[in-house]
Design a protein around this ligand. Structure first.
Ligand SMILES: Cc1cc2nc3c(=O)[nH]c(=O)nc-3n(C[C@H](O)[C@H](O)[C@H](O)COP(=O)(O)O)c2cc1C
Length: 191
């Protein structure tokens, strides 16, 4: 319960790289998530090259700024479908200069493959918090990671997809809590 309440999306990272044994522990936590029909549809692509991440970031910004590239984002408060303002900032790196990106990918389709990947992603983020690491899910990265060129580069099968991109690193400074509304209960059917 403490971890659930203390985890934050972190958007500022130190230069300290996460070492391989720790990353492997996170991947092990990820694959212990529930998985529909025990299909374990996930696989992972890991990028620890900041130059590559910068290239993906620039490409993602350009895709998301193109007409229709950010339909439904609307977080800038502008018209729905318009892109968030930060994507216009040349200094903005969608990966926040973190040294590690873990992409939870699905190897195939299927009705619950995406759900399984997101459950794995949550396991990974909570395990990272338990290990003193910081994470942030990067929805901005999904479009670039699913271009044919990047899928090929990362070994993501053509019939699969990048589902949950997560940056991992060591937090630089504290991140304020993002408060939540109380659970909205639509029904509670009792006898
Ligand atoms: C599917 C998904 C996509 C997200 N994409 C981004 C993103 O592209 N950039 C970002 O800074 N945060 C992203 N976030 C993080 C959310 O903004 C964050 O979880 C939310 O504001 C609540 O804050 P908290 O995680 O610290 O509790 C994403 C979260 C989810 C679940």
């Amino acid at each position: 319960m403490d971890l659930i309440h203390e985890r934050r999306s972190v958007r500022a990272y130190t230069d300290q790289q996460v070492d391989e044994p720790l990353l492997r522990e996170l991947l092990d936590a990820a694959v212990h998530a529930p998985t529909a029909m025990h299909l374990e549809p996930w696989a992972f692509a890991i990028v620890q090259d900041k130059a590559v991440l910068k290239r993906y970031s620039e490409r993602a910004k350009s895709i998301l700024r193109s007409p229709g590239g950010a339909v439904g984002w609307g977080s800038s408060g502008r018209a729905p479908g318009d892109h968030p303002a930060m994507l216009d900032d040349p200094a903005f790196n969608i990966f926040y200069d973190a040294g590690t990106l873990i992409v939870v990918c699905r190897k195939q389709g299927g009705p619950f493959a995406d759900a399984d990947c997101w459950l794995a992603a949550q396991n990974l983020m909570l395990a990272a918090a338990a290990k003193g690491l910081a994470t942030c899910c990067i929805g901005f990265a999904v479009s670039v990671l699913n271009t044919a060129a990047v899928k090929r580069e990362l070994g993501i099968p053509a019939e699969g997809a990048a589902v949950a991109p997560i940056v991992v690193g060591y937090a630089r400074g504290a991140s304020p809590a993002a408060p939540r509304k109380a659970p909205e209960i639509l029904a509670w059917v009792r006898q």
